[in-house]
Design a protein around this ligand. Sequence first.
Ligand code: ADP
Ligand code: ZN
Ligand code: ZN
Length: 857
Amino acid sequence: MKYVIKKEAARAHEPGSRYVEVALSVPQLKPLTYRVEAEFVGCLAPGLRVLVPLGRRKVTGYVIHPPGESPPPGVEPSSIKSVLEIIDDEPLLTPELLELTRWVAEYYCCGWGEALKFALPSHREKKTVERYRLSEAGRLEAAFEEGGLGLPGLKLSEGKGSHKARILVALRKGPRTLHSLAASFGRGTRPELMRLVDAGFVEKIVDEVGGSKQRMVKYARLRRMPEEDEFQDLEKRAKRQAEILRLLDQADDGRLRLGELEILSKGARAACAALEKKGWVEVAEDLLPDVEDLKESSPRPGAPSMDLTDEQRESFELVKTDIEQKNFSVTLLHGVTGSGKTEVYIQLAQKALENKLGALILVPEIGLTPQLLGRFQERFGNSVACLHSAYSDKKRLSEWRRIKNGDAPIVVGTRSAVFAPVYNLGMIAVDEEHDGSYKQEESPRYHARDTGIVRARNLGVPVVLGSATPSIESYTSARSGRYRLRSLSHRPTGGTLPQVRLVDLRKEAGADPKTPELLTRDLAAAIGERLERGEQTLLFLNRRGFSSVILCRDCGEALQCPYCSIPLTFHREGGGRVQCHWCDYSAHPPNRCSSCRSDRVGYFGVGTERVEQAVKARFPEARVQRLDRDTVRRAGAYESIFGAMRSGEIDILIGTQMVAKGHDFPKLTLVGVVVADVGLHLPDFRASERTFQLLTQVAGRAGRADLPGEVIIQTFRPDHFAVQCAQTHDFAGFYKREASARERMGYPPYRRLARLRFESKNKHLAAKAGEWMASYLRKHGVAAAGRAADPGGVEYLGPAPAPLVRIRGVWRYHMILKAKGSKRLGGVLKSLVAEFEGQAVFSSVRLAVDVDPISLM
Ligand code: ADP
Ligand code: ZN
Ligand code: ZN
C-alpha cells in the first residue's frame, strides 16, 4: 500500500518541486502544505516565515518541518499552491520554541500559527499604510490657498473651493490616506492628488502600523503666539486659553496631546477649539508615540550579592543543584511579601550565568516596575533584557534580538516573555505565580506559568514559583509532592507582619451597602495619628470612578451601558461623565431615568474619586494623591506618583490594585481597605481566592522597614473566611477551607475546566449555538453535569447567558466542560471545534474556547 502511494506521488510531482508544511496564523487552522521550487529549498528551514496564498488572501505562515520530496499522502499535488515569498533570511524560532508553540496550540485548542505569532517579538502582523502629506512647498501653497479662500485660520468647510485647494487645506491638519481623502472629496480626488504629488506639493509616506494597538491621537500644536497686547488681553478675558498657549509654547516641539493638556488644565479641549478658530493653535491627529521605556538610566552591573538567610539559602541550594545538573523540577516558594523571594531569583540567575546558562524571570503585568528591573540591572547590567507588554514594537524587537544573539542571557518580562528565545535557558522563575495576568484572555488563551513549566520540562531545567498567596492549584501540587514546597517565613530586613483590624460596616451609622461610610471613626482616627507623626497612609479600593451605580430612586433601575450588560460608572473628573469600564462608551449623566422618566436619579456606590473627595474634606491640610487608571493615563505619571510617595511628598495615597503590588515605602505605616467586599459577590468560583489574595497583598504594604504597620479592613462581611484569614495572615487556614470547597463542587484543581463561549451580535443565534453544542455533546457521550458521566469523566454545564451577557454589543452565551483529566478533554474539544466550524448556520457565531479559564465572566 505504502509503495503505491509513493509511486503515485513520484509520478505526479513536478520535477524540482518540494513540499513544505506551513502553520498559518489563522484561528483553528491546521498546518497546510505548499509547494516550493527546488532552488529555494536550501533557504527553507523550520521556523522561517513565508508568505502564502490562502483563498484569495495572502497570509504569513511559519515553516514547521524541513521541506519534503513528496506531498502528503492523499493530497492531489496539482491542488497544492506555491509559496509566494520567503520572508526571513534565517529562522526566527528554534526547534525548542516550535515544539513549545505546538504544545500551546494542542493544549489550548488554537491554530499552531496563532501560537507561533506570540513567540515572535511583535505579535501584530505588520501592515503598511500609505498616506499623503504636504511637502515644504505644499505647506506654503496650502497657506496661500487658505488665505485666498477666506480669513487665515478660518475653519474651511470641506465643501468650498477648488478640488486642489480643498485637498491642500485638508492635509494641513495632518497626513491622510487616499481612501479617506476620496471619502471627503469624492470623484476626481485621485488624479488631483497625483497632480499635486507630481508638482511636489504633496509627498507619499509609508508607515508601518501595528494593527489595533497603535492608535491615532489628537494633538494641539502652536501655530503662532499672539502679539504681546493680544496675549495680555487674552489673559484677562480667557485665562485658560492663555494658559494653553503658554503650555504649548513651552512644549518640546510646540505640541501636546489633547489628553495631556486636559490633565494639565481642565477644559483644555474647549479652549483649544476656541484657539483654533483664532488661528493660533491647530488640532490634528497623529500616531500615538511609543510608550516610554521603563528605565532609561544606564545600568551599573556588579552590585554585591547579599548573604542569604538560612531559609533563603535552603531554597537556593535546592534549585541550584537542578540548574547545575539540568534537572526538571518545580519548587513553590511560599513567602510573605518582603521575605526575599526576588533575591533568591537573582542569585539563581547568577548561578545560571556562571554555568553559561540563561535565566527567564516572569513577572505579572503590574509587578514589572522600574524598581524590580533596576534590581536586576544593578546585578547584571547589560546582560538583562526586558520584555514588557507596554513596550513599543520597536523596543520589543531590539530587546528580542539581544536575547536571541545571546547578548542578554537574563530576561525579565511579562506573560509573552515565556516564549523569549533565551540562549541556553537554564532556569525559569515565575514571580507572584497566582497572578491572573499570566493568563491571556484572547486566543491563544495560554497561561504563562503553566507554559513555562512545560518549557522547563521539555528542556530539563528547574522552575521556581513564588508567591505570598499561592494559587490553590500550585499549593495542591506542592502538597501532593508533585512540586517541592519551601517557605520563607520572615523578612530579612526585620519588621513583623502588620496588625490587622476589621471594622464592621454594618454597624456603622447610616450603613447602606450601596453607599457605605468611607471613613469610619476608627479609620479616620488612625489616619489622623499618621498625619501627626508624619507617616504615610495607603487607602485601597478596587474600583475607580466616583460612584459605581446610578439608580433610579423610583423604579430601582440601574443605568447600564447601551452596549454592555454592566452598570455605568460616574466620573466627576473630566467634566462629569458616565463611563463604561468595558468599552469606550461615555456620555453626559442623564437627568431622567430611561425606563420610568423619573427625575429622582441617584448616585450610589463608591469609587476612588469619591474616597478622594471624602478624604480631602476630612483632612483638608493633608497632601492627597489618587492612583488609578484614570490618573496614570499620562506617560510617566505612574513613576512620578511613586517617586513622590517615596520621597514623602504625599501623606495619603488612594488607589486601586495598582498600589497593591511590590512597592516598598519606608514611611507607610497604615493601610486602609475602604470596602473589602467589592469582589466577593462575583459569580466566579475564584471570588474568595481573589479577595484573600488582594487583601493579603495590600496588607503587606504596611510597615516594611523599622516602623510597625497597621491595617484596617472595612467590610460588610467580617465573618467571611477570606476576610478572616486575611486578618490573621492565615494562608493554611484559607487553603483548607477553599480547597475542600473546590473538591466538593468539582472545581480546579480537582477537575479540569474548559469554557466554551458563543459570541454573536444576534442574541438568539448565540443562545442557539449553545443549545446545538449541548446536543452535539450528548450525542457523543458527554452528559450534562449530574447525569451519568462519560467514561472519560467529561461533563458539561450550561448553556447559559454569561454573567457579562453583552459586551460591546456582542451577546455571549457559555458552557463549561468539566473533566477528570486533560487527555479526554482535549480530544472532546478538538472534535467539537471542528464540528462547530462546519456548521454553516452558525457562521456568524464566534466560538471562543478557553482551556483552564481564569475568568468565567
Ligand atoms: P520579595 O520578593 O519576597 O517581596 P525581596 O527579595 O524584594 O522580597 O526582599 C525584600 C527586601 O529585603 C529587599 O529590600 C531586599 O533587598 C531585602 N533582602 C532580601 N534578602 C536579603 C538578605 N538575605 N539580607 C538582607 N536583605 C535582604
Ligand atoms: Zn425609573
Ligand atoms: Zn460598554
